[in-house]
Design a protein around this ligand. Structure first.
Ligand SMILES: [Ca+2]
Length: 229
C-alpha cells in the first residue's frame, strides 16, 4: 500500500515537473506576452492540468487554485519554476491551494491533481489572484528573499537554508521563505517576519552553536528574532 502511494506521488510530481519544464521552455523569449496576477482573477479552466508561463508576478501576489470535484485525500500540486529552480507546493484539494510569489519575477506555473482514488473524469480549476498591496511600484530586493532592501536586516540571504542535520523542532527557511522544521512542520513565520534573515544568518548573528548552524534554529529563537526585526 505504501509503495503504491509513493508511486502515485512520484507520478504526480513527474507530471508537475513536466508542466514546469514545459513552462520554462515556453518562457523564452522573455519579451513574449506574459500572464500576470490579473490573468488569474476569475479564471476557470476545465482540464486535467493547468499550466501558465511566463507569469510575471510581484513579490507577495497570491494565486489561489481550487479544483472541482475535490474529494478527501486528493491533493493539488503546484510546480513553480523560476529561473533554474523549481518548487513544489501541495495542499488538500478540499481546502484549495494558495501560493504567494516569494519574489518579483517571471514564473512557470503548473497545477495538477494527485487523486487518492479513481481519478475524476473531468476537472474544473478555478483561480483567483490577490495582488500584493502597493505592488505597482517596483521594489528593489537585491537578495531576492521577498523583503525589500529598505527593510531587509540581512543582506545576501540564501534561500533555502541548507540544513545538514534537519530535526524536529529546529527551523530553517525554505525557498518559499517559510520556516519549516526538519519534519516539514510550519513555524508560522516567514523571512518577511524575520526582516529578511535566514536561519543561518540569525544563528550567525546571535553567535549560536553548531546545532543551530547545522539543524536550524529553535522556535523560541525564531520568535524572539521576529519580534525584534
Ligand atoms: Ca535578506
Amino acid at each position: 500500500m505504501r509503495s503504491r502511494a509513493r508511486t502515485i506521488r512520484l507520478g504526480a510530481i513527474a507530471a508537475a515537473l513536466g508542466l514546469a519544464l514545459a513552462g520554462l521552455a515556453a518562457a523564452a523569449p522573455a519579451s513574449a506576452a506574459t500572464y500576470t496576477c490579473a490573468s488569474f482573477s476569475g479564471l476557470t479552466v476545465t482540464a486535467d492540468t493547468v499550466s501558465r508561463s511566463p507569469v510575471s508576478l510581484n513579490a507577495g501576489d497570491v494565486i489561489r487554485a481550487t479544483v472541482s470535484p475535490a474529494r478527501d485525500g486528493d491533493v493539488i500540486i503546484l510546480s513553480a519554476a523560476a529561473g533554474t529552480s523549481i518548487n513544489f507546493v501541495e495542499a488538500p484539494a478540499t481546502t484549495g491551494l494558495s501560493w504567494k510569489a516569494p519574489v518579483t519575477g517571471s514564473y512557470g506555473l503548473g497545477w495538477s491533481l494527485e487523486a487518492s482514488g479513481t481519478r475524476p473524469s473531468s476537472l474544473t480549476w478555478s483561480f483567483t489572484c490577490t495582488p500584493a498591496s502597493g505592488s505597482t511600484a517596483t521594489v528593489s530586493d537585491s537578495d531576492r528573499d521577498g523583503v525589500a532592501n529598505s527593510s531587509d536586516a540581512c543582506a545576501s540571504t540564501t534561500l533555502p537554508d541548507s540544513t545538514k542535520k534537519p530535526v524536529a523542532g529546529r527551523y530553517a527557511a525554505k525557498s518559499t521563505g517559510r520556516f519549516l522544521d526538519g519534519t516539514g512542520a510550519y513555524s508560522g513565520y516567514t523571512v518577511v517576519d524575520t526582516g529578511g534573515c535566514s536561519a543561518l544568518q540569525i544563528a550567525k548573528a546571535l553567535n549560536l552553536g553548531r546545532t543551530d548552524l547545522q539543524s536550524g534554529i529553535t522556535l523560541t529563537t525564531l520568535k524572539n528574532w521576529a519580534a525584534t526585526h
